[in-house]
Design a protein around this ligand. Structure first.
Ligand SMILES: *Cc1c(COP(=O)(O)O)cnc(C)c1O
Length: 355
């Protein structure tokens, strides 16, 4: 296949489901659009990229994804501005990261042209599905999994790449209280924590259920050695504000390199906010809380943009965060969403037109 002239055929649905959807009351990630993009890796190359009606897929029970969890994903969004133009936010970063995940999971990398052309063709086909109510967007889920057969624990000989889309309302969790994890770990050195690999999330569910049973909504993951340093907030990167300084943990084998995280770091630099990217001790949070300098804690990720934290639990105690007027979290949320929805200048070239 000549990738420079990738042409994606489109098979349209006979009847759109769009009129059945209430676009003013969209949940997050539950409604799907009419179409999906699909492409198969077989005989050593990615083949047959196409847009087809959204539909179930049929897999052999021995498909390796079921047994060995050889599966990766991405999460991104498309936005419609007031003139009806469609935008993505730093999509090439998601494309690159999908292949970073692919490499670590021994999945064949998806050529950039297939990812980008497949995504654009799908978005054009389903553009009427991009919601315009405040805070809503089209959530986009690209994923690749081992569809090849066989019970032998080894990489598959066939893979499927799909992009599916979900018109979604604002991802609203309110302010969350989190528990700083002291027993379980999300990721380990040399492992796959930096990849968006399915198993990373499966492994989070149980410790998160335990935290919920104790009255928290989310877990703050700590390092797997001594649970001494904070690393991520659920499936989001974590930020701390002590005094006026913004802190976040450095990315590593264990910490995912989030697009939202690095956008916030660049905005902070642009605004002259003092920033430190370094390991953050749980002790330091506790002390800052006790001496009144701990101002904010928030998660950062594509779905929620920023997710403010109202309190954290650690060693059986609760520590409350103040309720700030003009918080960093709300400032970053506004600056990022204004760029995403084409309401503000885009000094960093983050906005990507779909045309
Ligand atoms: C996806 C993800 C993030 C956030 O990444 P974004 O690119 O900002 O969406 C952070 N941590 C984990 C574990 C993730 O899976």
């Amino acid at each position: 296949m000549d990738l420079s002239t990738v042409q994606i055929p489109v098979e349209r649905v006979a009847h759109s489901k769009r009129s059945e959807v209430d676009f003013n009351h969209l949940p997050f990630g539950k409604v799907v659009t009419d179409h999906m993009f699909i492409c198969t890796f077989r005989d050593g190359s990615w083949q047959d990229p196409r847009v087809v009606p959204y539909q179930p897929i049929s897999l052999d029970p021995s498909a390796k994804v079921f047994h060995y969890g050889q599966t990766i994903f991405e999460g991104m969004k498309a936005y419609k501005d007031t003139e009806g133009k469609v935008w993505l936010f730093r999509p090439e970063d998601n494309q690159r990261r999908l292949n970073i995940s692919a490499k670590r999971l021994a999945i064949p990398e998806v050529p950039k042209e297939i990812f980008m052309e497949g995504l654009k063709t799908l978005l054009k086909t389903d553009q009427d599905w991009i919601p315009t109510a405040p805070g809503s967007s089209l959530y986009i889920r690209p994923f690749v999994f081992a569809s090849g057969k066989g019970f032998h624990a080894s990489p598959a000989d066939e893979y499927t790449f799909i992009i599916a889309c979900s018109p979604s309302g604002p991802y609203f969790s309110g302010k969350v209280s989190v528990r700083i994890e002291e027993t379980y770990s999300r990721a380990a050195d040399g492992g796959v924590g930096f990849a968006k690999a399915g198993g990373n999330y499966a492994g989070q569910f149980y410790p998160t259920q335990l935290a919920m049973a104790d009255g928290f909504q989310q877990v703050v993951w700590t390092d797997d050695h001594h649970h001494e340093f904070i690393e991520e907030a659920g499936a989001m990167n974590i930020f701390v504000r002590i005094g006026n300084t913004l802190l976040t943990s450095p990315t590593s084998d264990r910490i995912l390199d989030g697009v939202t995280r690095k956008s916030i770091l660049q905005l902070a630099e642009d605004e002259g906010i003092p920033t430190e990217v370094r390991k953050i001790r749980v002790r330091e949070l506790v002390e800052a809380s006790q001496n009144g300098t701990l101002k904010e804690l928030f998660g950062a990720g594509t779905a929620a943009v920023v997710s403010p934290i109202s309190s954290f639990g650690y060693q059986g105690k609760r520590y409350e965060l103040p309720d700030l007027e003009n918080s960093y979290a709300s400032q970053f949320r506004k600056r990022i969403t204004d760029i995403q929805y084409n309401r503000a200048k885009d000094p960093f070239g983050w906005r990507f037109p779909v045309e």
